[in-house]
Ligand binder design. Structure first.
Ligand SMILES: NC(=O)C1=CN([C@@H]2O[C@H](COP(=O)(O)OP(=O)(O)OC[C@H]3O[C@@H](n4cnc5c(N)ncnc54)[C@H](OP(=O)(O)O)[C@@H]3O)[C@@H](O)[C@H]2O)C=CC1
Ligand SMILES: O=C(O)CCC(=O)C(=O)O
Ligand SMILES: [Mg+2]
Length: 408
């Protein structure tokens, strides 16, 4: 396969564990659907913030790498995730991506999930914070201030499943019935089967990262969210493993006989069953802070919490391992808006803001927050907010970027 990646001149590689060079090369994937709208706006806003913060002393050298539909146009019909894209994301260690399409019910498996698994980006970190002036269905959206740590490599996202009626599925069902004594498959002739692996190692590293984050950032609590009453050995063991880790590695002491614990610095480690949790975050959001949860729960919770502070147009995220980081918005490709210069670029811009902080470029990150607050404060917003606000000036995706830059 010939290389389609053009390495920018004058840039340097970011080496994990070393200070960020002043001219880092950052690979980006444009993304499918609205990727074509939001990614160029994100780059423009980030470049403006970096220029303003450091007066030309620091500069990002963007390097486009390909995945998804654009990759199939450049590399060939079945090249959804070329090897050289993986190699570049590893070699340059910090990257950012737009959303990518995953067909429902068949076709390719998620490229987003494949990237997370291949790079072992086991933490999906999604902060949920309220920006003053953003329309929200809550009376007090400012009480929502949480950071979700979603396990990103296991659970049903491992993609271990067999289609109903296939020979492989029949074989698995036969094995379950004849060798494992399973009697409760209600309709064995027409069942598809999926497998949900959740390990002690996978749980421990995710929960460890969540607790460390809580300690380093002076947070009040870490809530383990699970459905362990029903799925005892996967979700239930996620909870038990998390509590055991808090005790063993962080000095957690039982509160009133447990299972809740208090760490020496006062952080409370608690748990909630996922269904009840989803109503508690609406009714009593102030009681929740850092959230550690499994992959599927984390996916649902991310969009639900995003809605509470204005929607997935303003919901950032990061996929992080001990070596690599790939930043991406919580939302998907929103295909009906693709190429219309309409959607909110806020999620990807705030994902880039997380990236700047990760690089240690706090001043540029602060400018992004300041200018986003100022644009929203002036009621200059994209359609998603404008339709819920009185007296707003609705602007396009690119105009919102310009509005931010003008307010730096
Ligand atoms: N990490 C990733 O790359 C992800 C990829 N996906 C993929 O994206 C595709 C589409 O998924 P879908 O379920 O429709 O979810 P999407 O997140 O793409 O869109 C759902 C709705 O959310 C709103 N929305 C999304 N992005 C924005 C934005 N930037 N600004 C304003 N509003 C926004 C729109 O609401 P409204 O209609 O009210 O205007 C949109 O119709 C699927 O193939 C899915 O697999 C999904 C999630 C993550
Ligand atoms: O990979 C996908 O298509 C969807 C993933 C998703 O919804 C998420 O990670 O939040
Ligand atoms: Mg999702």
């Amino acid at each position: 396969m010939s290389s389609h990646i053009k390495v920018p001149q004058g840039g340097q590689k970011i080496i994990p564990g070393q200070p960020t060079p002043n001219h880092p090369i950052i690979p980006f994937i444009e993304g499918d659907g609205i990727g074509v709208d939001i990614t160029p706006v994100m780059i423009k806003v980030v470049d403006a913030a970096v220029q303003k913060a450091y007066g030309g002393q620091k500069k990002i050298h963007w390097m486009e790498v390909y995945a998804g539909e654009k990759s199939t146009q450049i590399y060939g019909a079945d090249e959804w995730l070329p090897k050289e894209t993986f190699d570049a994301l590893k070699e340059y260690s910090v990257s950012i991506k737009g959303p990518m399409t995953t067909p429902v019910g068949g076709g390719i498996r998620s490229l987003n999930v494949a990237l997370r698994q291949e790079l072992d980006l086991y933490q999906c970190v999604r902060p949920v914070q309220y920006f003053k002036g953003v329309p929200s269905p809550l009376k007090q959206p400012e009480l929502c201030n949480m950071v979700i740590f979603r396990e990103n490599t296991e659970d049903i996202y491992a993609g271990i499943e067999w289609a109903h009626g296939s020979e492989a599925c029949k074989k698995v069902i036969k094995f379950l019935q004849e060798e494992m004594g399973v009697k409760k498959i209600r309709f064995p002739e027409s069942s598809g089967i999926g497998i949900k692996p959740i390990s002690v190692e996978g749980t421990e590293r995710l929960v460890r990262a969540a607790i460390k984050y809580a300690i380093d950032n002076g947070r009040k609590s870490v809530t383990i969210v699970h459905k362990g009453n029903i799925m005892k050995f996967t979700e239930g063991n996620f909870r038990d493993t998390a509590y055991a880790l808090a005790k063993r590695e962080f000095g957690g002491v039982d509160i009133d006989g447990g299972p809740w614990q208090k760490l020496p610095n006062g952080i409370v480690i608690k748990d909630a069953i996922a269904d009840a949790f989803l109503q508690q975050i609406l009714l009593r959001p102030a009681e929740y802070d850092v959230i550690a949860t499994t992959n599927l729960n984390g996916d649902y919770i991310s969009d639900a919490l995003a809605a509470q502070v204005g929607g997935i147009g303003i919901a950032p995220g990061a996929n992080i391992s001990d070596q690599y980081a790939c930043f991406e918005a919580t939302h998907g490709t929103a295909p009906k808006y693709a190429g219309k210069d309409k959607v909110n670029p806020g999620s990807l811009i705030l994902s880039a803001e997380m990236m700047l902080r990760h690089l240690g470029w706090k001043e540029a990150a602060d400018l992004i927050i300041k200018s986003m607050e100022a644009a929203i404060g002036d009621k200059v917003v994209t359609y998603d907010f404008a339709r819920l606000m009185e007296g707003a000036t609705e602007v396009s995706c690119s105009e919102f970027g310009e509005a931010m830059i003008a307010r730096m």
